[in-house]
Ligand binder design. Sequence first.
Ligand code: SAM
Length: 348
Amino acid sequence: MHGVILYCRAGFESECAQEIAALAASHGVAGHVRALRDDAFIEFVTATPGEDALPRLADPRALIFARQALPVVAQLRDLPSRDRIAPILDALRAIDARWAEVLVEAPDTNDGKALATFCRSFGNALVGAMKRMRLIDAAAPRRLHAFFPQSDKVYLCAAEPSRASPWPRGIPRLKFPREAPSRSTLKLDEAFLVLLDENERERWLQPGMSAVDLGAAPGGWTYQLVRRSVRVVAIDNGPMDAALMQSGLVTHVRADGFRWRPPKPVDWLVCDMVEQPRRVAALVAQWLADGACRRAIFNLKLPMKKRYDETLLCLSILREALGAKGDIRARQLYHDREEITVFARRTH
Ligand code: SAM
């Protein structure tokens, strides 16, 4: 098989498929998708090896619904349970490359969870065998992913660390802070990690900066800003967490998030209001176009049907408002459910 494996949230295989098909078409790559609902991964199979095109498709930064995207270098089926390592080593010998690192992964599903213990112990055995064969070299340019959709089938994939998600299964491990007012806090924490690079996080999240949080209660997102010593105006008719208010960095305003505007521009707008996604996209686009905020991170709660179409529509609302000045990045985060998270800013 020549192609790309993409990991996604279970139930979003169709959106992931539509997206990779569109990306492939934009690069002039012919191929087709193989996907099954709730598998939490899809395959995009190309007709030819496509050495030039595959790296451009295997780039999760260019995709919203894929947590990871990896070029496949070999696919093995019917692995014997008594010795899965030998056929994998044979395939690796044929590929004739060294690997900086090895990740053994399973899909993010209940069946995949059952494979987690196997992946761990098999990973140790595989790395040991590869070391003995001198197939591991920290200076090598690519990382090997052995992706097991089931225990007798594996895709061997070659990731370029500069493009691929750095986290196993494309899932950043975040710890829920005990004092955070809600689990939603992890969404904004993950958004900062996934949608911004290290340099941007340092420059754009500095103590003393200002933010507005629309739909803030009870304060999980506000908490992430306060943690970074950012001052927050929290807009919500609902109550804010009392301990968070004691930080002295939060002003709670009971108002309608669709009407309220700050007296002067703020560094950040964040928004987690449960509302029609196109309404939220238009609101944020207006704030950015008016210069009311410099950057925004917001959630778009997707409808039950036509989730991909609605995503495209929301992004087009933002693009239209920001034009060439827009920098828009969107991703379905691990902590997102029926939603995606978007970062947007004006570049000048
Ligand atoms: N981000 C919050 C957190 O981490 O704790 C959770 C926000 S919750 C998903 C959505 C919030 O949006 C609710 O508290 C609701 O009161 C608020 N909300 C919905 N519509 C709103 C509006 N028009 N103006 C202000 N707040 C609104």
